[in-house]
Design a binder for this molecule. Structure first.
Ligand code: ADP
Ligand code: MG
Length: 505
């Protein structure tokens, strides 16, 4: 099948033809070219490494061009150039080299004022951490809702929604694929946004990285703004909360800081609360903000990579408050959900994708949705650069070259090693006759993972686990399967192992 993923063509096409009036303003900027997509991928990766300082420095940098391995950047002044050159360019160049196969040289221009800085200078409410594929254009003043502090970057929206500063316009409920793995968190988020269902306060959304927590939080904000345009919504990552708190202390602006979180707020969304671990003074501050808002019946939504009771170095009174409302967990999506997510992403990014490629990617990348999405975008960008269609053979080759997850390539040995490492056991423990509870549990989990992941029969597995009978393996697999359904701790262990397996395959 001949498919077209020429992003420049899409850019031209989206700029033409009739479109609904509400989209005209937001679609004025062209869709990203393949080069811009590569640049944004490299930026996203680099930002992920230093989320807190990236925006600060890249507010003084502009991307001009990438041609024949020459990356043209513009810096506001020599100081910014030097810093970015020293601390960020090596990662950026390495990323671009990995995607293009070219060694990258950087050509700098010193420019004074910049028209299109990579980051917003006032990113005080921008999400911290990996950012989605976006292009940045100056936000027209008219679209800035007063309830949000200014962040001068907007995503190029293809949806009708106007951007909320610091949030991704694509992270809406409409773009969220619901499956068994995230059903509860999705329903609870809809309820928190006042759509339907009982509202829980706080709503604590937890799950591994890249599973859609931030997406849901943005979706809540967009929905609330749609329903109640005057609502004062405050979205902040815990990391930025810490930074702002420290800054407010230093500048003696605590009254202002407190009033923002305790009084001038109808909906508080705090992303990645686990970042507060060990930061006792900030926890104390957050505790009071929490109490004030909760007492005033203002909705609070918090995300975390762990269950409340598993949060390290977190004050007990905070942990207990996190459980006052609803704890909604998100798990790694099942195959069907992964396929649906890839379809949705391809549709949003205007990438035509044959069903067999869709299935191949979904089977290969299992650990998290961000990786799934990254694989899709990389495939499309590479195909566009090489002017090739995204066909199955192409996808197989490219994913193998990129070291993306390859299905069914882990061995029994790999899984046993991983499980031992995870449960801190010796490599011989799994094969021994030791029936100690923790060893037996690890052994059962290893058998379960082998059965799930590898094409081994029960007798083969029995032999690989110290010559055990196949009925032992069958009962172990059943037991773990049943426990996984009812016991969150067991589920958390298995998902952590599955994520690690995703990375080693
Ligand atoms: P987290 O905050 O849990 O680390 P994100 O919310 O940043 O994860 O999600 C990572 C990427 O995966 C985002 O681009 C998001 O849109 C996408 N994603 C995750 N879950 C889903 C889903 N169920 N449907 C559609 N996209 C999803
Ligand atoms: Mg997140």
């Amino acid at each position: 099948m001949q498919l077209n993923v020429d992003m420049n063509r899409f850019a031209r096409e989206t700029a033409q033809g009739p479109m609904p009036p509400e989209q005209v303003a937001t679609l004025a900027a062209p869709a990203p070219s393949a080069i811009e997509v590569l640049w944004e991928l490299a930026v996203a990766h680099t930002r992920e490494k230093s989320p807190a300082s990236f925006d600060q420095w890249f507010a003084g940098v502009q991307f001009d061009d990438l041609t024949d391995g020459v990356l043209s950047l513009r810096a506001r002044d020599e100081f910014v150039r030097q810093w970015v050159d020293d601390y960020f360019v090596p990662t950026l160049a390495e990323q671009l080299r990995a995607h293009t196969g070219l060694s990258i040289q950087v050509r700098w221009t010193i420019a004074g004022a910049l028209e299109r800085p990579v980051s917003s200078p006032a990113a005080s409410f921008a999400p911290v951490g990996p950012k989605p594929l976006t292009l940045r254009t100056p936000a027209p003043d008219s679209v800035k809702p007063a309830a949000f502090l200014a962040v001068a970057s907007v995503h190029v929206p293809r949806a009708a929604a106007l951007p909320i500063d610091g949030m991704n316009t694509k992270y809406t409920f409409a773009n969220f694929v619901v499956g068994p793995s995230n059903q509860l968190a999705h329903a609870a988020s809809m309820a928190a946004a006042g759509v339907n269902g009982r509202r829980h306060n706080p709503l604590f959304i937890c799950g591994g990285t890249g599973l859609g927590k931030t997406h849901l939080v943005h979706a809540i904000a967009y929905r609330v703004r749609e329903e109640r345009p005057d609502a004062r919504i405050v979205y902040i990552s815990a990391e930025r909360f810490v930074n702002e708190f420290v800054q407010a202390l230093t500048d003696q602006r605590m009254n202002d800081f407190r009033s923002r979180y305790r009084e001038r707020c109808d909906l508080l969304l705090v992303d990645d609360i686990h970042f507060l671990a060990g930061k006792t003074q900030t926890q104390e501050e957050f505790f009071h903000a929490f109490n004030a808002l909760h007492q005033a019946s203002k909705q609070i939504v918090v995300t975390s990579d762990k269950y409340p009771q598993q949060l390290d170095k977190m004050e007990e009174r905070l942990v207990s408050r996190f459980q006052w409302g609803l704890v909604a967990d998100i798990h790694a999506p099942e195959l069907e959900t992964r396929v649906a997510i890839i379809r949705k992403k391809a549709q949003l990014e205007n990438i035509e994708l044959p069903d067999d490629v869709c299935l191949y990617v979904a089977q290969s990348v299992r650990s998290n949705v961000r990786e799934l999405e990254g694989t899709l975008i990389r495939l499309a960008a590479k195909a566009s650069l090489l002017q090739k269609p995204v066909e199955l053979a192409f996808a197989r080759t490219e994913m193998a070259l990129a070291g993306a997850t390859r299905p069914n390539e882990a061995s029994v040995d790999d899984i046993q090693r991983l499980v031992c490492h995870h449960f801190k056991l010796r490599s011989t423990d799994l094969l021994s006759k030791d029936r100690h509870k923790s060893i037996a549990f690890a052994r059962h989990v290893a058998m379960y993972l082998c059965k799930q992941r590898l094409k081994c029969s029960f007798p083969e597995l029995g032999r690989a686990f110290g010559n055990r009978d196949h009925t032992t393996v069958i009962s172990a697999v059943r037991k773990v399967d049943a426990l996984r359904a009812v016991d969150p701790d067991v589920r958390a262990h298995i998902e952590a192992l599955e994520r690690k397996l995703g990375a080693v395959e």
